[in-house]
Write a protein that binds this ligand. Structure first.
Ligand SMILES: [Zn+2]
Length: 368
């Protein structure tokens, strides 16, 4: 297994955890809509309250433009969605009511995953507070997914020559059918999806590796299965970037999932994936993926396992001990005040590492 990081920042120490967020990640849906749109803000607020997201490590993405989106999506689908002329049947398949604000939200979230991937190439690891819209196909949207952020990010970085091989690790409870469809004939991108077989989408699209799990699998068996697969994939595929969809809908309390992972299992899964990739020297860009619950606090807590696990990996990589980190007071970000968010993109953010690190030792026990 390789011991250096991909095309940029080879071998750089992992000392900074970029978090990507934008207030436009949340847009208003009709009261009672079953998609838990407010969760994105709730996740961000929780990350701020725990000191994971601070004024020094939060990055705001640009909205993805039409040219970028057309790397994956057909001109007709883009035109019809963006100008609001998508047929009713196509909107029903998406499951979200069209609005101008929704188009902005969608473009912003795709831009967020691309920025997360760029930051991962620079720093070794980065996490979005949205993303994972893996049911979006090139010609249509589906299952609350409009544009495929993972596919757009991979296509953009390949087109720029920033990477030559990308591995998509999709651990959402639902199969990544849209992502598989986007890369059917693309040898530079390997799509791996491990999901609940009897769950949506019922007509799956074959990716490069699909593992359909039985209902009710719990923490131990789930992680054991992952451990049987992922090391070999990194070894054989030799990716220069991993795009990780850390879907929280594998949780036992998820409304739409049928697996039985606990909070602890989620944390261990995410930490395992990130740590394994980092040990192999592969940058990881992680997105939060699916998660469905009426209890937004419980749901946000589940999604935050990803960012907590990422911080744990940063802390371990930096080799910090408790004593040295306790002396660093974390910066506080005023929640909801975008003026406190640093808008650096891709450079001059290295000094933010201390914020990530000080958090990492403070909140280690929360995931236990
Ligand atoms: Zn899902």
């Amino acid at each position: 297994m390789r011991a250096t990081v991909g095309p940029d920042g080879n071998g750089t120490a992992l000392r900074h955890l970029p978090i990507v967020y934008h207030p436009e990640y949340v847009t208003r849906l009709p009261d009672g809509h079953r998609f838990p749109m407010p969760k994105f803000r709730r996740v961000y607020e929780l990350l701020c309250s725990e000191g994971i997201a601070t004024e020094r490590n939060v990055y705001r993405p640009e909205a993805a433009g039409r040219e970028l989106l057309s790397l994956v999506h057909s001109e007709r689908y883009l035109r019809e969605f963006l100008d609001g002329s998508l047929p009713a049947s196509a909107l029903r398949r998406i499951g979200l009511p069209w609005s101008e604000a929704l188009t902005r939200r969608t473009r912003r979230a795709v831009g967020g995953t691309l920025l997360t991937a760029r930051l991962a190439l620079r720093h070794g690891l980065a996490c979005n507070v949205a993303g994972g819209t893996h049911h979006a196909h090139p010609e249509f949207g589906s299952g609350f997914c409009i544009f495929n952020d993972l596919a757009v990010a991979a296509r953009a970085l390949l087109a720029e020559g920033r990477v030559r091989r990308v591995l998509i690790v999709d651990l959402d409870v639902h199969q990544g059918d849209g992502t598989a469809a986007a890369f059917l004939d693309e040898p530079a991108v390997f799509t791996f999806s491990m999901h609940c077989e009897s769950n949506f989408p019922f007509r799956k699209v074959d990716g490069d590796l699909d593992i359909g799990l039985a209902n009710g699998l719990g923490d131990e068996a789930y992680i054991e299965r992952l451990q049987q697969i992922l090391p070999g994939l990194l070894e054989t595929q030799r990716p220069e970037l991993v795009l990780y969809d850390a879907g929280a809908d594998v949780h036992q309390a998820d409304r739409l999932g049928r697996l039985m992972l606990t909070n602890r299992g989620l944390f261990e899964r995410d930490r395992y994936v990130i740590e394994l990739c980092r040990t192999a020297g592969v940058p990881v860009a992680a997105v939060i993926g699916g998660g469905y619950d009426q209890d937004l606090d419980a749901l946000a807590d589940r999604h935050c396992m990803l960012h907590r696990a990422a911080c744990e990996v940063v802390r371990r990589a930096a080799g910090l001990d408790e004593r040295s980190t306790h002396s660093q007071a974390p910066h506080k970000t005023r929640v909801g005040d975008s003026s406190t968010i640093v808008e650096q993109r891709g450079q001059s953010a290295h000094n933010g590492g201390h914020d990530s690190l000080s958090f990492c030792s403070r909140r280690r026990d929360r995931s236990r």
